[in-house]
Design a protein around this ligand. Sequence first.
Ligand SMILES: Nc1nc2c(ncn2[C@@H]2O[C@H](COP(=O)(O)OP(=O)(O)OP(=O)(O)O)[C@@H](O)[C@H]2O)c(=O)[nH]1
Ligand SMILES: [Mg+2]
Length: 305
Amino acid sequence: MSRCGRVALLGPPNAGKSTLLNALLGQKVTIVTPKPQTTRNQIVGILTADGAQAIFMDTPGLTQVRGRLSRTMIQAIWESLRQADVIMPVIDGNLYVRHGELLEKDLAPVADVLSHDERPMLVVINKVDLFADKSLMLPLLERLQAMWPRAELFPASALTRDGLEELRTLVSQALPEGELEFPEDQISTAPVRFMVKEIIREKLFLHLRQEVPYSVAVDIESWEESAETGQTVIYAVIYVAKPMHKAMVIGHNGATIKQIGTEARKEIVELLEGKVHLELWVKVREHWTEDVAFLRDIGLLGEEL
Ligand SMILES: Nc1nc2c(ncn2[C@@H]2O[C@H](COP(=O)(O)OP(=O)(O)OP(=O)(O)O)[C@@H](O)[C@H]2O)c(=O)[nH]1
Ligand SMILES: [Mg+2]
């Protein structure tokens, strides 16, 4: 009998959830940046091997509610948790080895709920490549085990892929029996257009500072494939919340947006496996993070719970 089930990746911002998902799949399905709150909604990545299919759900980092957009992001976490057969909290091991006092506060939104949950739970203590002395982890492991006695704790590094082979096996053993839900070669459920928007947003996050990344959203204005040239012509709009942010995205003499466009295009070419012409422009849309209709239009609003 085959195995198939959903695995919810959840945890504090910047823990490496998205890096871990890409590393488990061996392919990029979700964007990664050094900044917290990169992921904004549920992203599905599918791993099928040896008759087992794990449907991973990457989620936004656990944060405080501060408006409509963050409420949407938090809903994506709870919705993923509801759907999960296996729960996979991911934490930055290096952070809590050094600042153990932050652990309880950072996990507070889910600590209690998960301690009562009956489903299999694998806790990934990520970023172990950042400290050589593994015994430094012992107090952290003890505290996690006290918080979630039924959980299996698993130190790993999504970056160096240390431990991931074993983690894949553990996940696959924890899945319930059942028929495969997706074809064996499918790795994501995200439409290509969504991926393109996310790639552009990743480059924006990488090049912008302070609060600006959190004020950007990307939408596709038009998308045409020319049969003659074999080129995909994509016009994308970058929305920002303030006129000042528009100037920052564009940069001195347009240098920043040019760089963002070049980097994004390179990755979109790989994704589409063909020639791409990418045009970016910036529009100011004040208070878009609070605008429900807009959030829905750009695909950021999930089901209302
Ligand atoms: N050294 C090291 N860095 C890592 C590891 N895993 C992730 N990172 C880095 O941590 C940062 C955050 O990674 P993400 O995968 O975007 O983290 P996330 O948990 O998805 O973050 P949000 O989407 O913001 O909640 C990036 O700079 C990664 O390169 C790891 O195992 N070791
Ligand atoms: Mg992420």
